[in-house]
Design a protein around this ligand. Structure first.
Ligand code: SAH
Length: 457
């Protein structure tokens, strides 16, 4: 039979992979996307969604496993939306990520001569996340807290997540027990009623300092519960430096509300990346894997090839992490970032580290750079670290006109990276090297840094 049918089983060869790590195979020429299988494998799948241009399969069984297939280490792997590559051994994940970068540069960017290095992985790819946000929910008679299921808001209970810091897992268990013991109500997304919404933990990987933010749909905990929460958390001797309530009364998917009430300890905690110290408050952004962030940004610094006198633009600078790395070897660094709170953090972090040659400007890069340019400010080197959608074309055009010697592009999305590099290539910038760095082991996320030099049109 030549027509593909929904709810029927098929045997397919997996010949490719998506950016999210799904296996791609074909039936009658139609692409079928299936979680949990990878390139080189043969599997029996059931078609669970059928469109004109593609289908989605559910894995029934792997008929011919790849030698790189491993048993997932997490019992919730199939349901949780957090990791998607636990069925692949770590070396195969790293190879997959480098290949993704290479394929996108070639196919989407037409760039065949870029030297794509092997992905730099972690020595210990476990418990690397320094920030956890556990949704709290009621399931039957019990209180559960963990993570959302893939592509949904169903909460999956998780006592121990293998990619979260061990301290976060411990905190989660203590707070959950307190909610049960004190009979505190739990927020219900559909009705908007109930108190406890999320448990947020932030851990300074290098300093061991811990911050806890309990997000509530109200202004306070019931009688005595706040004191008991502090007592139990401090009693556990986990290095907790700061405990907050966060007020979020909106019916929204945004986790943190605007207001924080400090219950215990200091307003901020600190962590380091390389030799720089960073301040973390409940709302501030901080890279979730500081170990690999140092690797990635050291590469960016190396690719920038600074000699000490250059003017550098660090565009999409967030809290200024790359700017600080660059400041040591640059004449002057301008950081540009659209979120004002992040710009304030960036300035504070610069002062905290005694960095005087970095200046931070709030606004969209595509608006702020033209303003700098019209004032006569020119960059010798530009570093770009945009969000997944990449850069605005108008910004790239202006950069090409400004003619910096080098452009270093840090990307979390190889597809938009390839598009932007292609554009820059046509305007005189040649990408020579790409270094993928694994910031998020066991997930499909790929980060890489690219070196581009001006060769003229
Ligand atoms: N380099 C940063 C992280 C970059 S993440 C660091 O080291 O912390 C991408 C950043 O781009 C985010 O902080 C986001 O707020 C910012 N951003 C998004 N669109 C922007 C735009 N058009 N102009 C400037 N910044 C933008």
């Amino acid at each position: 039979m030549s027509i593909i049918e929904k709810n029927r089983n098929y045997i397919i060869d997996i010949t490719g992979m998506t950016h999210e790590g799904q296996g791609v195979g074909r039936i009658e020429g139609l692409a079928v996307f299936t979680d949990g299988v990878f390139e080189g494998e043969q599997a029996e799948i059931r078609i669970i969604k059928l469109n004109k241009t593609y289908a989605v399969g559910k894995l029934i069984s792997v008929l011919r496993p790849s030698p790189a297939r491993v048993k997932p280490f997490c019992g919730q792997y199939k349901r949780c939306g957090g990791c998607s590559l636990q069925h692949m051994d770590y070396g195969a994940q790293l190879a997959f990520k480098a290949k993704l970068v290479k394929d996108d540069l070639e196919r989407l960017g037409g760039l065949k001569d870029v030297l794509v290095h092997d992905t730099i992985g972690m020595n210990n790819p476990f418990n690397y996340r320094n920030k956890a946000q556990y949704p709290v929910a009621v399931s039957g008679a019990s209180i559960i807290t963990g993570f959302y299921a893939a592509r949904s808001h169903e909460v999956i209970d998780s006592e121990e997540c293998g990619i979260q810091d061990v301290l976060s897992n411990q905190v989660r268990n203590i707070v959950r027990q307190l909610i049960i013991d004190k009979g505190i109500s739990v927020y219900d997304e559909t009705t908007g009623k109930g108190l406890i919404r999320h448990i947020v933990t932030r851990v300074g990987f290098h300093t061991g300092e811990v911050m806890i933010v309990l997000v509530i749909n109200g202004r306070s905990l019931p009688d005595g519960a706040a004191e008991e929460l502090v007592r139990r958390l401090i009693g556990a001797a986990l290095g907790i430096k700061s405990i907050y309530l966060n007020i979020n009364k909106e019916k929204t998917n945004v986790i943190l509300g605007p207001e924080n009430i400090l219950l215990y300890g200091s307003e901020t905690i600190y962590d380091t990346i390389g030799k720089y110290k960073f301040m973390i408050s409940p709302h501030s952004f901080f890279q979730v894997n500081p170990v690999q962030t140092e690797v990635l940004y050291s590469k960016a610094l190396e690719y920038a090839g600074l000699t000490g006198s250059e003017t550098v633009f660090d565009l999409y600078c967030g809290i200024g992490t790359i700017s600080l790395f660059l400041s040591e070897k640059a004449g002057k660094v301008y950081g540009v970032e659209v979120v004002e709170a992040a710009v304030k953090d960036a300035s504070r972090n610069a002062s905290l580290n005694g960095v005087e040659n970095a200046e931070f400007l709030a606004g969209e890069a595509e608006k702020v750079v033209p303003e700098l340019y019209s004032k006569g400010v020119r960059a010798d080197v530009v570093v770009l670290d945009p969000p997944r959608k990449g850069c605005e074309e108008s910004l790239l055009l202006l950069l090409a006109e400004m003619q910096p010697q080098r452009i270093v592009y840090v990307s979390c999305n190889p597809a938009t990276l390839a598009r932007d590099l292609k554009y820059l290539d046509s305007r005189g910038y040649r990408a020579t090297e790409a270094q993928p760095v694994d910031m998020f082991p066991w997930t499909g996320h790929v980060e890489c840094v690219i070196m581009m030099s001006r060769v003229g049109k």
